[in-house]
Structure formats: structure tokens, C-alpha cells
Design a binder for this molecule. Structure first.
Ligand code: AMP
Ligand code: GLY
Length: 444
């Protein structure tokens, strides 16, 4: 099968890394790709917004299957356009992608199908939103309705902060058209988890779970980012929780989307808060997570391409997924200044030979090449350094050992990725009689 991956970030590098080893894949292309992906696929100089060129490239290279990585082209209708051109692709239609591209759409679906989520109201007028805030408790959450690269959410501790966030989105236009409408919602207390399910329009199947670190600095301090690191699986999603989330959240969503005439096909990624009253949906994404993909894929024993192709063909019930009984952890290396202003163009050294190991890999995200052919940083999140092993300690040790090989003074990473899982394991170990976990902690 000839396969084309759309996108050029760490998620797409991880997808290519898997597809390149699939027995189904005879030739792999990626548009636009990045310097890391170049080692695995033929990179085509086509931007994700160039739908016509993507379709023309599919014809020219006789592509059998297109895998769409990012949310933006899904929200523009790339999957619809590819299907109209007779291609098989993984990713939902524009209508179904509204689960991510409009928070109001997602919240209204929850209301209609009794899916547990934070109570909310949706506004198109700043004054009405402020009047509503005055009737609610704080903290309170203000969200731009549309896509804002993970930055459209404010947890307001006071009414004044809420008013400021409303003005930023609706009056000052901080998120462009994404902030013309907002959702104001109840602040949920609990531990978050990312929950992934494959869906083929008719049914859904649990994929795996992960936890990410959205805040930019250690200790979960500083502004939110697209994700500074992740690990899988999520320790707070055990078998019972997974069954509950499928029953209360995922299956009702699949049924609701079918009933609306917008069957959902692709990866359904639920951002959950596990509250004392059970799991509640914070948000939906309609694609693989980034950096979560970088930790999920190394743990998958089954062939990913086979699973995604079957899903896209509506044959989800024919596949089985098997996983390694291990943990994986990814540390994101970002340009200093991210998520605010950062410099572009600094050279990254130490990447040669870094991908020869069996238990770790460096995925490229915001990289490019300069005139001399050197790898340079051109984005905020630049590299995703993943390690895996028998548990989260081994995975963390490996990821940070790999990160230490990278010579990039203009970059930084958090030093505490995985802290929540490690704290949980340490707590359960100190409860058990041996207490051996604390001794096993490598101290990184
Ligand atoms: P979202 O983009 O909707 O996932 O929101 C980004 C982050 O804001 C989430 O991962 C949570 O950490 C936080 N968040 C969003 N909504 C809520 C909520 N209702 N209660 C508490 N935290 C929230
Ligand atoms: N890591 C968050 C996301 O992919 O949206």
C-alpha cells in the first residue's frame, strides 16, 4: 500500500515511524514532513492547507491511503475532499470534526445525549457572558469556541479575571474568529487523563490512554502550551474506568453523531477530568494527540497501519489491538520563550545517531534545515524525546538520557515529566510492605 501522511510535527513523525515498519506499507510519503521524517518517507513540499495539491499528489503517486494528522485540515474538510476524490483516508468529516472545532457544538451534544461534562453556557455577546459570570462561583473557566492551538482556555480565579478573559477573546480578538463565541463553564476538580478511542462511524474501540503536561514550567507552573510532555498509559484509567468512559462518554457520542447525520470516523480523543463523581468530558479532539502519539505508538504491538486502514474502511470490528506491558514517556524540547515569543533558526546538534536505540527515539516537530543542511529550530515545540521500558521510571530515565545527548542551548525542557505517575507509584509502594519503589527511583 502507498501511504501519505498529512502534517509535519512530532505526531506525524511518530506515525511515519510506525508506518515505515508496517508490512502493509510499500511506499511512504509525507506532506510536508520534517527533517526527522525525511529518514523514513519521501517528503512532498505541499502545505496542509493546499487541498488541491494534496489530491493531485495522491493521483501522481497512486496513493492508497491518506492519514490526516492535524486538526486544522480536518476542520476545513480535507477528509471530505479526499473522499470525494475517491481516496480512503483516516480522519473525520468537516461536520464530525466540529467536536473539536467548536466547543459549543461539543457541549450541546453532551447536553442532548446526557454525557457527563462541566455545566456551561454559550455566548456571542461579551456583556451577556459577564452577566452570567456574576451569577456563578469562581474559579470559572472561559473558553474560546473555536480552534486556538490549546491556548484559548482561561481558568479565572476571580470575576475580574473572567471579565478580562471575556474581553480578550470577544472584544480584543486575541484568538481571531475562534473567540467570537465563548463557552463559560464550571471549574472541575480532579485528575486529568487523555482517553483515545478508534471509531468507524458505527462503533468505537478503546485505543489507549495517556497523561500530558500542558503547563510550560516544572511543577505545572506558567501558561498552558500544546503539551510539554506525556506518558502512557495513564495510571488513573484502569479497566473499570475504561469501561465506564466507553459506556458513559464514548458510545453516547458515537450514537449522537450518527443520529445527527454526522457519523464520526477517526480517532476520538477525549480530554477527561476524573472527578469524585466520576469521569467528565473536558474536551474532544478529533485526531491523535501531540505529544501523546509519541508515547502511545511505541507501546503498540499490533500493526498501527492495519488498524487505521480497517477503521477508515468501516471495519473496526475486524481488528484487535495488542499492547506491550510497558510505559513510555516523552519530554518535549521547546524553544526558549515558548509559548510566548521565541527565536527561530538556532542550530540543533547531537542528533546524529540518536535514533539507533531499541528503547527510545527522538521525534522532530518544529524543525527544518538551513542552507548548510543543518537541522534548525523553526517552531515552539521542536523535538519530542521518547523513552520506554518496564515502568515509568525506566521510561523517564531513558527519555532524559536521550535528551541530554542533544546539544541545543536555545532550547529547554521540563525536568519533571511524569511526576504525577511517579508520585502515585511511590505512594502505593510506600503503602506496600516492601517499599522497594523509592529505592528503585533513579533520581532524575
Ligand atoms: P481544553 O483546551 O478544553 O482541554 O482546556 C485546556 C486545559 O484547561 C485542560 O486540559 C484543563 O487542564 C483545563 N480545563 C479546561 N476546562 C476545565 C474545567 N471545566 N475545569 C477545570 N479545568 C479545565
Ligand atoms: N496534547 C494535546 C493535544 O494534542 O491537543
Amino acid at each position: 500500500m502507498k501511504v501519505l501522511v498529512i502534517g509535519g510535527g512530532g505526531r506525524e513523525h511518530a506515525l511515519c515511524w510506525s508506518f515505515a515498519r508496517s508490512p502493509l506499507c510499500s511506499k511512504l510519503f509525507c506532506a510536508p514532513g520534517n527533517p526527522g521524517i525525511e529518514a523514513l518517507a519521501t517528503c512532498l513540499p505541499i502545505k496542509i492547507e493546499e487541498t488541491d495539491k494534496i489530491i493531485a499528489a495522491c493521483a501522481a503517486h497512486e496513493i492508497d491511503f491518506v492519514m490526516i494528522g492535524p486538526e486544522a485540515p480536518l476542520s476545513w474538510g480535507l477528509a471530505d475532499a479526499l473522499q470525494e476524490a475517491g481516496l480512503i483516508c483516516f480522519g473525520p468529516s468537516k461536520a464530525a470534526a466540529q467536536l473539536e472545532s467548536s466547543k459549543g457544538f461539543m457541549k450541546d451534544l453532551c447536553k442532548d445525549y446526557n454525557i457527563p461534562t462541566a455545566s456551561y453556557a454559550r455566548f456571542w455577546d461579551a456583556q451577556k457572558a459577564k452577566d452570567y459570570v456574576k451569577t456563578q462561583k469562581t474559579p470559572i473557566v472561559i473558553k474560546a469556541d473555536g480552534l486556538a492551538a490549546g491556548k484559548g482556555v482561561t481558568i479565572a480565579q476571580t470575576q475580574e479575571e473572567a471579565f478580562k478573559a471575556i474581553d480578550e477573546a470577544m472584544v480584543e480578538g486575541a484568538f481571531g474568529s475562534a473567540g467570537k463565541a465563548i463557552v463559560v463553564e464550571e471549574f472541575l476538580v480532579g485528575e486529568e487523563a487523555s482517553f483515545f478511542a478508534l471509531a468507524d462511524g458505527e462503533g468505537a474501540m478503546f485505543f489507549t490512554s495517556a497523561q500530558d503536561h500542558k503547563a510550560v514550567y516544572d511543577g505545572d507552573k506558567g501558561p498552558n502550551t500544546g503539551g510539554m510532555g506525556a506518558y502512557a498509559p495513564a495510571p488513573n484509567i484502569d479497566d473499570a474506568m475504561r469501561a465506564r468512559v466507553m459506556k458513559d462518554i464514548i458510545f453516547p457520542t458515537i450514537e449522537g453523531m450518527k443520529a445527527k447525520g454526522m457519523p464520526f470516523s477517526g480517532m476520538l480523543y477525549a480530554g477527561l477530568m476524573i472527578t469524585k463523581d466520576g469521569p467528565k468530558l473536558i474536551e474532544y479532539n478529533v485526531r491523535f494527540g501531540d505529544p501523546e502519539t509519541q508515547v502511545m505508538i511505541p507501546l503498540l504491538k499490533s500493526d498501527l497501519l492495519t488498524a487505521l486502514y480497517a477503521t477508515a474502511k468501516g471495519l473496526l470490528s475486524t481488528i484487535e489491538l495488542h499492547w506491550h506491558d510497558q510505559s513510555a514517556l516523552c519530554v518535549v524540547m521547546a524553544a526558549k520563550g515558548y509559548p510566548e515569543l521565541y527565536e527561530k533558526g538556532s542550530v540543533i546538534r547531537g542528533l546524529d545517531g540518536v535514533n539507533g536505540d531499541k528503547d527510545g527515539v527522538v521525534f522532530h516537530a518544529g524543525t527544518s534545515r538551513n542552507d548548510k543542511g543543518e537541522v534548525i529550530a523553526v517552531g515552539g515545540r521542536v523535538l519530542g524525546v521518547t523513552g520506554w521500558g518496564k515502568d515509568i521510571f525506566a521510561a523517564k530515565e531513558k527519555a532524559y538520557a536521550l535528551a541530554a545527548k542533544i546539544d541545543w542551548p536555545e532550547g529547554f525542557c521540563r525536568s519533571d515529566i511524569g511526576w504525577r505517575a511517579i508520585e502515585r507509584l511511590n505512594a502505593s509502594a510506600s503503602l506496600s510492605s516492601s517499599g522497594s519503589r523509592e529505592a528503585a527511583e533513579p533520581g532524575i
